[in-house]
Design a protein around this ligand. Structure first.
Ligand SMILES: NC(=O)c1ccc[n+]([C@@H]2O[C@H](COP(=O)([O-])OP(=O)(O)OC[C@H]3O[C@@H](n4cnc5c(N)ncnc54)[C@H](O)[C@@H]3O)[C@@H](O)[C@H]2O)c1
Length: 422
């Protein structure tokens, strides 16, 4: 029988509780046992303690108390962006191996400090770049490495955030204001940057980036719009109306515990609870009257050390979500479309071929199966059977790209050398 490792979770929100905690509790009980939880939201903490069978003596609302001693073999850190660095440093000091949510940090010096702390305490770390574990994305890399489109010359990547997700997370929600969260290029696009350097097969040499907040501000409010959707004459017409995004869309799925509705209200979700949440809470604010300042579109171009070039367009102005990636090779194109789960090889002068990539039941577990396979990889990494492809040092590479892209954006698109200070 394999060893079962004890896990503690810091932050049992959408990622720590709903995703990783639940995945472990349902699909990896032969590998991990959740033994301690910490979350400042008491209701969530208690709900997950019951669901995961964690004793109340091992549940904490105060991180100071939680960090007083080591409570498990592995710590999953799924708190908010700006706390990841401090929590990871404390975890290393405490003696944990860690699974750390992205983004790691938006600061170059903190990247170095984390690497030094990891070395000092001799601990393992996996960063949650979930798409690196998703079958479609792995298949694309396999095809590139097998030379199916010749030599890779350039990559065009489009990240479609989707209009409602932009409004939910980046205008009304947790990632709306750069004073309390990471810049969009890290908060949303660090997965894309990570994928691009993985596919390019080389470190990124330079980036330049432009982008801003084009739409979600007071100048663009329709005439006579109210500050809250429930009081607004455009409640049934505006595409960003909280009623349309939360109540009307939920009525179509009526799932009692599903994101993003479970961010507004504790399950079981009901129409009445959602209506109350948009009447009184932060998610009912007009998208043109919020305290948001993060960009709603950003275009970044990159040159890698082996000469491969890439562009990444991140935009909130899309009907649906999902990445579309076109790999431009010397003898063909490869097209990955996350929106419709498809992968095509288009050799020049030949019929295009649709590629199968192991669509199995685990696809249901978010990020095209990436969430599920990430947990599996965590076990192999802790066991020392495999090194993580999203180790701390590998992940810091893409974070440096993001930090540089933001520096470029703030300097009018100036070309930035990614490795200037490391
Ligand atoms: N890997 C991915 O694809 C992916 C996807 C979405 C979000 N994320 C990242 O995961 C992180 C968590 O996002 P989420 O959507 O789960 O957010 P969330 O708000 O749903 O969950 C965060 C939880 O942490 C708790 N918390 C925060 N600070 C705490 C502290 N000091 N002590 C105790 N509890 C604390 C909050 O109460 C909350 O329950 C974010 O950094 C986000 O950027 C990653």
């Amino acid at each position: 029988m394999e060893k079962i490792y004890e896990v503690a979770i810091l932050g049992v929100g959408a990622r720590g509780g709903d995703t990783y905690g639940r995945l472990i509790n349902t699909h990896a009980k032969d590998k991990f046992k959740i033994v301690a939880l910490c979350d400042m939201r008491k209701e969530r903490l208690q709900r997950f303690a019951t669901e995961f069978g964690v004793d109340s003596s091992a549940c904490f609302t105060d991180e100071e108390e939680f960090f007083k001693q080591k409570r498990a073999d592995v710590l999953i850190i799924a708190t908010q962006d700006q706390d990841h660095y401090a929590h990871a440093m404390k975890a290393f000091e405490c003696g944990y191996d860690i699974m750390l949510e992205k983004p790691i940090t938006d600061n170059r010096e903190e990247c170095e400090n984390l690497l030094s702390a990891q070395k000092k305490y001799g601990k393992k770390a996996l960063v949650c770049h979930v798409l690196r574990y998703a079958p479609a994305f792995l298949k694309a890399k396999e095809l590139l490495d097998a030379g199916s489109i010749g030599r890779l010359v350039a990559v065009t990547m489009l990240e479609q955030v989707a209009y409602w997700h932009q409004a939910h997370s980046y205008v009304r929600g947790n990632w709306r204001n750069q004073n309390v969260t990471a810049p969009m290029i890290l908060a949303k696009s660090c997965h894309d940057l990570d994928l691009l350097q993985y596919y390019a097969g080389a470190k990124c040499r330079s980036v330049s980036s432009v982008g801003d907040l084009a739409y979600f501000n007071s100048q663009n409010a329709p005439e006579g719009a109210a500050n809250r959707c429930t009081e607004c004459k455009y409640i049934n017409d505006c595409p960003y109306s909280a009623k349309r995004i939360y109540v009307d869309r939920w009525l179509k799925v009526k799932n009692e515990d599903i994101w993003p509705y479970n961010i507004l209200v504790e399950p079981p979700i009901t129409k009445e609870k959602l209506e109350k949440a948009i009447k009184d809470g932060q998610y009912g604010r007009c998208v043109f009257a919020c305290d948001n300042n993060v960009v709603d579109h950003q275009i970044t171009q990159m040159t890698f050390e082996n000469g491969v070039k890439a562009t990444l367009t991140m935009t909130g102005f899309t009907a649906n979500s999902g990445r579309k990636i076109i790999f431009h090779g010397t003898t063909g194109e490869l097209e990955l479309n996350e929106e419709v789960d498809s992968l095509f090889v288009k050799k020049y002068g030949a019929e295009q071929v649709k590629v199968d990539f192991n669509i199995d039941n685990h696809q249901g577990y978010g990020h095209g199966g990436g969430d599920y396979y990430l947990i599996k990889n965590l076990y192999d990494m802790i066991e020392g059977r495999a090194s993580s492809v999203t180790s701390l040092d590998a992940s810091i590479e893409s974070h440096l790209m993001g930090i540089s892209a933001e520096e470029s954006r703030l300097n009018g698109g100036k070309l930035i050398n990614v490795h200037k200070s490391l």
